[in-house]
Each structure stands twice: as C-alpha cells, then as structure tokens.
Design a protein. Structure first.
Lengths: 114, 113
C-alpha cells in the first residue's frame, strides 16, 4: 500500500540555521507534492506545491526539492526563526485531473530555539 | 476573508448520541473533504464531495455520513458515535484541479465517552 514517511522525531535547531525536513514515499508515483504548516490547535495551511517535472521550488526562505528517483522530497527553511516552529506536513498527490487525491504524512515538528 | 468554518470546535458526548459537525466555505469551491487526525496516523480522509449532491468515500468512511445539498456546506454526521471516533476532525475545500491547495478549517475536537 502507499506509504508516506516523515521524521516522527521533533527537529530542534538553533535560530538562524537551515532546517531540513524529509518526506519519503513508497508504492506511489505522485504527480505533485504539497507542503503544509500546522500550528497547535489550528488546521494545516498550504505552503508550497512542486510538480513531478520540477526539481526545485522556492518561496522566500522556503525551498522544496522533489526527487522522483529517490522517491523523496526535502523541505528547507533557511535563516530559521522561532516563529517557524510548527509541524510540517508533506502531501503527495496522485494524477487524475480533478479527482486526484492527496495522501498526508504524519508531519515533522520543528522547534527553532532563540 | 476566505475561510472554512467548522462548528463546534469542541464537543464531548456519549456513545450512541447522534451528532453533526457543520462545515461551511465562502470561496465557491466545488470540492470539499473531511479528514480525521490521530496521533501517529496523520490526516486520513473520511469522505469527499466533488460538487453538490456528489459525495464519495475516502479511506476511513465507516461510521460516518455526509451530505452536500448546497455548494458552501458539507456537514459530517455521526449517527451512532463510538469511542473509536474520538479524534480531531478537519474540513477542507479546494478549487478545481487536484493540485490546488486545500483550505482547512480550524478543526473540531470530538470526545466520545
């Protein structure tokens, strides 16, 4: 069955460093991948979309890569700040026009210490 | 402001007492979906709707019902709740095209005793 794996252990880093979060998938060939941020007590908020024909996507301090050979996406936050502390979810999506489906990973919690 | 609104935000109830969680979106989205989020299991899709009067099962539909009589509303119904339905529930909507970002409500925490 399709499986999405994100680091279950929290990632603790110092302010100003780059945070790198990993998303691996198996038994799946997604057409795109989305990343979301979730704060405690809130719903997930969309951050970035990357398609299978794109190697890298950037938005301000965020960078996402998508390696369909390794079946992996990496999510980077550069110059991290305490306000970046949250849980980050990856969600690969299947083909199918309007009927394609997202499968969410469990999320990785990031703690940025001042 | 574009938003997805869920009610109630919190509910403690007892086994077997029917309940409805409402969801409304103001973005004119055709697609709406319900998820549950449990520790260690992530977000799992319960039901989704591609448009008014068009609904389909997600990955974990047992024990739930939905209806889509209007484009903006997509209520989740638990006819006979059981303790294993204790969870955090999210409603989401998106525009046309599966790659479109999903907009989530702030969640409903249900406790079934």
């Amino acid at each position: 069955s399709q499986k999405i794996e994100q680091n279950s252990e929290a990632l603790n880093i110092q302010e100003g460093k780059t945070a790198t979060l990993t998303c691996n998938y198996t038994n799946y060939s997604p057409a795109y991948l989305q990343w979301y941020r979730q704060d405690p007590g809130r719903g997930p908020v969309f951050l970035l979309l990357i398609r299978e024909n794109e190697k890298e996507k950037r938005k301000e301090r965020l960078k996402v890569t998508f390696d369909t050979t390794l079946k992996q996406s990496l999510f980077h936050i550069t110059a991290s700040q305490p306000a970046d502390s949250a849980t980050y979810l990856c969600a690969p999506g299947s083909r199918g026009g309007n009927t394609g489906k997202l499968i969410f990973g469990q999320g990785t919690t990031l703690q940025v210490k001042p | 402001e574009a938003q997805v609104t869920q009610n109630p935000r919190y509910l403690i109830t007892v086994t077997g007492k029917k309940l409805t969680v409402t969801c409304s979106q103001n973005m004119n989205h055709e697609y709406m979906s319900w998820y549950r989020q449990d520790p260690g299991l992530g977000l799992r899709q319960i039901y989704y709707s591609m448009n008014v009067e068009v609904t389909d099962k997600g990955d974990v539909p047992e024990g739930y019902k939905v209806s889509r009589k209007e484009k903006r509303n997509f209520p989740l119904i638990l006819e006979s709740p059981s303790p294993n339905q204790t969870s955090l529930y999210f409603c989401a909507s998106r525009g046309t095209g599966s790659h479109q970002p999903q907009h989530f409500g702030d969640g409903t925490r249900l406790s079934i005793l």
